[in-house]
Design a protein around this ligand. Structure first.
Ligand code: ADP
Ligand code: MG
Length: 277
C-alpha cells in the first residue's frame, strides 16, 4: 500500500500486456546432439500449468540439456543440434517467427550455483533482466517491481533495509532467492530450475522449497533435482531420465510423483528412487 494506485495499475497493465501468467509447456520428440554425439532420444513430456514437475535421474543422462532446450539455450553451443518441438501454451518457441527474446521473457531459468551480479546492488540485480522486455518503467514502477519480485522470492523481509548493498554480500541461499527474484522480473510464465538447492544448506533448501510452492500459483515450474525427498515434497509430477551405457538419454517413466515413488512401473525407476545400486 506504499505506492500510489496509479503505478500499481500501470505495472499490472504492463505485465498483462506482456506474457500469460500461467502456461503449460510441452516437449515433443526432442532429440539432441553435441556434434555427432547424441545425448537425448525422442523425449516427450507435458509439464502442466501451475504444477511443479521434477526431472530426476543419474548425472549425464541429459536433464540439463533437456532443460536448456526448453529455454532455447541449447542453441548457444556451436556444436549443438536439435530435433523436435517445444510448445508453450501450444505455440512453438523454436518457430522462426518467434523471437528468441520472447522465448526468454516467457521462460526464466535458475541455475545450481547462485549467480547474481556480485558487485551490483540487490535492487539492480532484480531489474537486470528488465531491458529484455523493452518496457520503460518509472522509478515508482521499478520500486514496485523490485518489492514484488523480492516478496515472491521470499527475500523481501530480509533485504528491504539494504537494497543498495551488493548482491554478492548475501548468503548462498539468499543469493539463490535473489536469482529467483531476478528471473521473475520479466514476468515469465515458466520457471526452469537446474538443481537450485544443490549448493545450499538444508535450511536454505527448505526456504527455497517453500518459495517454489508459493510461486507455482503464478508460474509453471520445472526443476532438476538429485534430492529424492525434495522431488516428493515439491512436485506433483516426476520424470525419470536414464541413459544406458553409450546410449542417448530418455525418459524411462513419468507420472504422478507419489505413484512413481510408491509404486514405480519400471524396475530401473524403483532402483533409482530407492537408492539401489
Ligand atoms: P545431466 O544434467 O543429466 O547430468 P547433461 O545434460 O549435462 O546431463 O549432459 C548430457 C550429456 O551431454 C553428457 O554426456 C554430457 O557430457 C554432454 N554434454 C553436455 N553439455 C555439453 C556440451 N556443451 N558439449 C558437449 N557435450 C555436452
Ligand atoms: Mg545437469
Amino acid at each position: 500500500e506504499v505506492l500510489p494506485p496509479q503505478s500499481r495499475r500501470s505495472m499490472r497493465a504492463a505485465s498483462e500486456a506482456g506474457q500469460p501468467s500461467l502456461a503449460a509447456l510441452e516437449a515433443r520428440n526432442i532429440s539432441a546432439w553435441f556434434g555427432d554425439h547424441q545425448v537425448l532420444d525422442r523425449v516427450s513430456l507435458t509439464m502442466p500449468a501451475g504444477v511443479i514437475t521434477s526431472l530426476i535421474g543419474p548425472s549425464g543422462c541429459g536433464k540439463s540439456t533437456f532443460l536448456r532446450i526448453l529455454n532455447r539455450m541449447h542453441e548457444l553451443v556451436p556444436s549443438a543440434s536439435l530435433a523436435g518441438e517445444v510448445l508453450i501454451d501450444g505455440s512453438d518457441i523454436y518457430n522462426a517467427d518467434r523471437k528468441l527474446v520472447d522465448a526468454r521473457k516467457s521462460i526464466g531459468m535458475v541455475f545450481q550455483k547462485p549467480n547474481p551480479f556480485p558487485a551490483m546492488s540487490i535492487y539492480d540485480n532484480v531489474l537486470a533482466g528488465l531491458k529484455l522486455t523493452g518496457t520503460r518503467a518509472s522509478k515508482d514502477e521499478r520500486d514496485f517491481l523490485v518489492e514484488n519480485c523480492l516478496t515472491k522470492a521470499g527475500l523481501w523481509r530480509e533485504v528491504n533495509d539494504r537494497l543498495r548493498s551488493p548482491g554478492g554480500g548475501l548468503s548462498g541461499g539468499q543469493q539463490q532467492r535473489l536469482c529467483i527474484a531476478r528471473s521473475l522480473a520479466v514476468t515469465p510464465a515458466v520457471l526452469l530450475m537446474d538443481e537450485p538447492c544443490s549448493a545450499l544448506d538444508p535450511t536454505s533448501t527448505r526456504v527455497i522449497e517453500e518459495t517454489m510452492l508459493e510461486l507455482v500459483n503464478d508460474v509453471t515450474i520445472v526443476i532438476v533435482t538429485h534430492n529424492m525427498q525434495q522431488a516428493q515434497r515439491v512436485s506433483t509430477q516426476c520424470a525419470f531420465f536414464l541413459a544406458a551405457q553409450g546410449q542417448p538419454g530418455g525418459i524411462v517413466e513419468h507420472g504422478d510423483t507419489d505413484a512413481m515413488f510408491s509404486d514405480p512401473i519400471d524396475s530401473r525407476t524403483y532402483d533409482y528412487v530407492n537408492g539401489v545400486f
